[in-house]
Each structure stands twice: as structure tokens, then as C-alpha cells.
Design a protein. Structure first.
Length: 517
């Protein structure tokens, strides 16, 4: 099919019909089965419900189960400000600080359940960013554009369909020190190559896009601040994940398979290179096109919402790692030693300071955004945006700690995870009694439980899964260097200088200094 001939995204009409609000995991997976086969993995095209994708679907399924779970449903549902319907919180626009608290707590609770990332936060974070940006872009354009109207129509479809959204922000970026417009190849950042009466055509590639292979919709937004000569890069839109012209090249991160020593929860993850090969997007699905200032704010706002989400997921991963460190120390018989106590207190500090920063970011949430050169200004239609300093310091702290945490796990375990026997040997009739005898470290714990524990420990610290996990925990939502830039450019350091100068007798204390944050 040619680009010109594409009038409607594949599967869009069919899914448009689905108006029920909260789906079951089975309905969600059934929807994925109907999608166009545009997933490429290691030399072949795979279905969305391919065996390799099952662990990732198992994780996402938890977000659908949670709305019917008596313990979780209050946290995981919200009332749509558009329709008044009860919807899955992952589709909600935060109306007040309480919504932000609930998003953070929902994220921590669900990540605890699956033992790692819950995967659905990219969608909610992008949707909240674009809600504010599309509104402000229309305002700046004096009502000559209809981005926000388009967005709200799409949002209603997204909420009533209970759809899963991925966010494609990160561009391949080519030559790192050059701006989009300076790149040797202009496609290193996704951009508009043609504007037509019924839509736009875009080209480029977004990478590391989490759970795009199991998402219904993909929200595309800019990566960075853009100059007036980079208007074609200031574009935001939503398309179905199987849209004509979009190719997804997957990496799949599944845990090592087990036949005998079964796990309590089997999860997995996927990330995609999303190649946009001259993709047509109808105007109804375009939420920003050419407003470079708002493009930069959009990049910043998604990052902010996403760093706030990390104040839910990283503490949950901290919960898992703290539990692992403590159990490893018990199994090794070193639980009461002073160096283990020191390491446990380090895990707890990272975990709970990350949570506390997110909690404060929620409590101080307002319909305001920090714009370089302007400071904090009202922004968007009144929806709630987390405090930027606290969201950034929390994410930076937990991001920087990722490899420190791994170092502590390595230290407590000793060399065992690196050479642990394979399941086939552990269950071999000849070897089993011998291996169980020599793996025994704590006579108070059944050997089968010790084996299961170390297998999980290996998954999280010494495996093909642990590598991508650590990279994601470090770089996802923006590398710590990006948070350092946000913190130092937004924090009121002048106020602190004034405090020092007043104590030194150099200048008067300025009004409001004692009570400002
Ligand atoms: C597992 C995983 C999942 C992810 N999921 C998503 C997702 O769902 N959606 C999404 O949009 N993104 C996602 N990301 C992308 C993530 O946001 C980026 O990895 C992060 O922003 C860093 O960008 P980069 O990988 O291009 O690294 P780079 O920006 O290339 O960084 C590499 C190094 O170069 C330095 N550098 C880069 N540019 C400059 C410069 N101009 N000046 C000086 N130094 C520079 C950096 O500081 C760093 O040291 C994911 C990443 C991972 C690893």
C-alpha cells in the first residue's frame, strides 16, 4: 500500500468500535492477536502472542488483573475527567496531587508483584505530557490549531478502550554533539518530511522503546529542546503499534527457562527499534507539528512525569534487591556481620529516599512547568504536574545507585552466582545428591529453597537479563547526567548563596528566603 493510499491506520476502525472501559488480560491479548505482523526478531517476523513474548504479556496482564483485585483496585482505577467512567489508572490524566500519590503507589505495588518494571508507565507519562503541551500550543497559536481537541478525542478512545500505550521519545541521535539540524543524515531525529491536506508523513527511528511490541498505541514525542530552524522535528502524535510503515525490531529479555525449579512469577521484557519508514499520520492523530518551543517542553515534561514514575518502580526494585541481599546473607550465614548491616542500610536509604523524593514531588504537584529562562510558570489545562526538583533528585539518586547496588549483591553472594550448576545437572539422578550436599550453606533452610533462591539471585545479578535490566534502570527516563542538568539549572542556588552571604554579613537576607524551598 502506498503512503498516499493510507487513510486509516491498520486496525484503527476495528478497535474504535470497542467502547467498553476496563478490559481483562484475555481481551487485551485478543486485541493484540488481530494486529498487523510488524515485529521483527532475529531474522523472522513474529506474532504479538509468540511464545517469546509471553513473559512480557504476563507482566502487562497484571495491570489488567489489578483493577479487579480487592487489595489493588482502589489504587489502580481512577475516574476519567472526560467521561466520568471508572478507568484503569494507567490511562488517567492526573487531576491533583492525590492522583500523583496514587500513580506512585500503584507503580510500587505492581512492580513488587512482578519483581521488576510494570511496563505500562511510559503510556501514562506521555499522555499526561501531551495533554498539557497540546493545550498550550493551541493557545500560543491563537486558536488556529486543534491539537488539544484532537488529543482529547484520541484520549477518550484510549481510555474507553483501556489501551496500552508505549512512548517513543528517544531518537537514534547519530552524531552526539550535533543538533538535529546539523546531522549529516537528517533522519537521525524523527521529523516531518511532508505535510498534506489530510495528514503528515514522518521519517526516523526511535530506539529502546519499551513494551512497544505488546502495546496497542505508540505516542511519539520529541527527544530534546529544538531551535526555530528545527520545526520539522517538533512533532507529537499517536499511532497504533502496527501502523502501516512502522517496523519494530525487537530485543527480548526473558529470564533463563526453568523446568523443575518453578518460579512464583514469570515475567519478561521487550524493547524495540521503531523504524518510521515514511509513515503517514492523519491530522486527527497529530498533537504538535512545528511549534519548536512546545516541542522542547514536551520532551522535558515527559521526562519529568517518567522520572516521577521511577519514584514508584525503583523503590519496588529496591524492595526486591534489599530482600535478596538479606536472604543471601542469611543463606551464607553472615547476616549479623557489620559489613552486611552497612550494605542493607545502603539499600534501604536508596530505596526510601527515592520514594520520599517522589512522594514530595506528588505533594507539591501543580499545573506548572519549569521553562528555562522563565522559571516555573502555569502550564496546561489545569492537570497536575509533579514538582520537578524532587522528581529529578529522586530519579538521579536511584539511577546513580544501580551499579552500587549490583556491587553490593556481588559482594554478599561471593562467586557462587557466576558458576552455579545448570538445572539439568541439579536434577540429574547421579549428580543431584552430590550437588545438594555441596551447595548446602545453611542447614536451617531446605536445599530446594536455597537452590530456587540462588537461581533468582542469578537472574537479577549475573545473567543475560541482568545486563539490560541495569542499563534500563540507569538510563531509562534519562541518564543521571540529564537529571543533574535539570537539577542544577532549575534549583534556586542563588537563594542558598543569599543565605550564606547574610550569615557572613555581606548582604541582607531577601524577603521570603527563610520559607522558600
Ligand atoms: C532498557 C531501556 C529502556 C528504555 N525505554 C525507553 C522508552 O520506552 N522510551 C524512550 O523514549 N526511551 C527509552 N529508553 C531510552 C533512554 O531514555 C535513553 O537510553 C537515555 O535517554 C540515554 O540516551 P542514549 O541511550 O541515546 O544515550 P546517549 O545520550 O548517547 O549517552 C551516551 C553518552 O554520551 C553522552 N552524551 C550524549 N549526548 C551528549 C552531548 N550532546 N554532550 C555531551 N555528552 C553527551 C551521555 O552523557 C552519555 O555519557 C530506554 C533505555 C533503555 C536502556
Amino acid at each position: 500500500m502506498t503512503i498516499e493510499a493510507v487513510k486509516e491506520p491498520a486496525g484503527f476502525q476495528a478497535r474504535e468500535q470497542r467502547r467498553h472501559s476496563m478490559r481483562t488480560r484475555e481481551q487485551y491479548i485478543e486485541g493484540l492477536r488481530k494486529m498487523r505482523k510488524n515485529l521483527y526478531y532475529n531474522g523472522s517476523r513474529i506474532d504479538r502472542d509468540d511464545e517469546l513474548q509471553q513473559p512480557a504479556l504476563n507482566v502487562m496482564g497484571v495491570t489488567f488483573d489489578a483493577v479487579r483485585d480487592p487489595e489493588l483496585k482502589d489504587l489502580c482505577t481512577a475516574t476519567s475527567h472526560l467521561t466520568g467512567q471508572t478507568i484503569n489508572r494507567f490511562c488517567h490524566i492526573h487531576q491533583n496531587p492525590d492522583d500523583l500519590h496514587k500513580k506512585q503507589n500503584m507503580t510500587r505495588a505492581l512492580c513488587r508483584k512482578v519483581g521488576f518494571c510494570i511496563q505500562r508507565c511510559m503510556g501514562i507519562d506521555a499522555v499526561n505530557a501531551v495533554n498539557a503541551v497540546s493545550f498550550e500550543a493551541d493557545r500560543s497559536n491563537g486558536g488556529n490549531t486543534e491539537y488539544h481537541k484532537n488529543f482529547l478525542k484520541w484520549l477518550e478512545y484510549f481510555q474507553t478502550g483501556d489501551l496500552v500505550g508505549a512512548c517513543a521519545q528517544t531518537d537514534v541521535k547519530g552524531e552526539r554533539l550535533k543538533r538535529p539540524i546539523q546531522q549529516t543524515d537528517p533522519d537521525m531525529y524523527l521529523h516531518v518530511v511532508e505535510k498534506k491536506s489530510d495528514g503528515i508523513v514522518v521519517r526516523g527511528c526511535k530506539l529502546h522503546i519499551s513494551e512497544a511490541s505488546i502495546a496497542d498505541e505508540i505516542m511519539v514525542i520529541p527527544t530534546r529542546a529544538l531551535g526555530p530552524d528545527e520545526k520539522e522535528y517538533a512533532v507529537a502524535f499517536a499511532i497504533p503499534a502496527d501502523h502501516e510503515g512502522v517496523k519494530q525490531v525487537l530485543s527480548i529479555h526473558n529470564f533463563r527457562g526453568r523446568k523443575y525449579y518453578k518460579k512464583g512469577f514469570v515475567g519478561g521484557y521487550t524493547d524495540s527499534y521503531l523504524i518510521f519508514d515514511n509513515v503517514f499520520v492523519p491530522w486527527e492523530r497529530v498533537f504538535l507539528c512545528g511549534e519548536n518551543d512546545h516541542g522542547g517542553v514536551c520532551a522535558l515534561l515527559f521526562a519529568l512525569f517518567h522520572r516521577h514514575s521511577y519514584s514508584g518502580c525503583k523503590p519496588a526494585i529496591g524492595d526486591v534487591l534489599t530482600g535478596m541481599a538479606s536472604l543471601a546473607a542469611r543463606h551464607n550465614g553472615i547476616r549479623k556481620t557489620s559489613h552486611v548491616r552497612e550494605m542493607l542500610s545502603e539499600f534501604i536509604k536508596i530505596t526510601e529516599l527515592g520514594y520520599a523524593a517522589g512522594y514530595t514531588a506528588s505533594a507539591l504537584g501543580k499545573p506548572e512547568v519549569y521553562i528555562p529562562g522563565m522559571g516555573s510558570v502555569p502550564y496546561g489545562p489545569g492537570s497536575c504536574i509533579p514538582n520537578s526538583i524532587y522528581a529529578n533528585v529522586g530519579r538521579c539518586l536511584t539511577g546513580e545507585a544501580v551499579f552500587k547496588e549490583q556491587e553490593m549483591l556481588c559482594s554478599i553472594a561471593g562467586g557462587l552466582p557466576a558458576t552455579f550448576p545448570n538445572e539439568g545437572d541439579l536434577t540429574d539422578p547421579e549428580l543431584k545428591p552430590l550437588l545438594e550436599k555441596y551447595l548446602m550453606r545453611n542447614p536451617d533452610v531446605p536445599i530446594e529453597d536455597q537452590i530456587k533462591f540462588w537461581m533468582l539471585y542469578i537472574d537479577y545479578s549475573c545473567s543475560g537479563f541482568a545486563g539490560p535490566m541495569n542499563y534500563g534502570n540507569y538510563h531509562g527516563g534519562g541518564s543521571p547526567i540529564m537529571e543533574q542538568i535539570a537539577i542544577t539549572s532549575q534549583y534556586n542556588i542563588k537563594l542558598r548563596e543569599n543565605i550564606v552571604n547574610s550569615i557572613a554579613g555581606i548582604e541582607e537576607l531577601k524577603a521570603g528566603t527563610l520559607t522558600s524551598l
